[in-house]
Design a protein. Structure first.
Length: 90
């Protein structure tokens, strides 16, 4: 796929112009299901990218999910990165 080709339709992202598609990584089924329609691409950046990671609880800064947009607030972080908190019943 050519850099910035924009031919991904509904699966286009804000960073398509900054990456090139490379050989698709084989992900575990459970991880594949976290993507819309199980669709994902493996890409390599051709430009510098600044990424942000939202984490808390038992998570640490070394996780595999990141975004190119900083969170403005805690609720924005949850909504924008599809994070859900566990609700405990007492």
């Amino acid at each position: 796929m050519e850099k910035g080709s924009g031919s991904y339709g509904e699966y286009s992202t804000k960073i398509d112009s900054k990456v090139i598609e490379v050989e698709k990584a084989d992900l575990q089924d459970g991880l594949k299901k976290t993507y819309t329609d199980n669709y994902y691409r493996t890409v390599e950046s051709v430009d510098k990218l600044k990424v942000y990671r939202t984490f808390g609880g038992n998570a640490d800064a070394g996780g595999g999910f990141a975004t190119t947009e900083p969170a403005v607030s805690r609720i924005d972080a949850k909504m924008d990165t599809a994070l859900f908190t566990r609700v405990e019943k007492f």
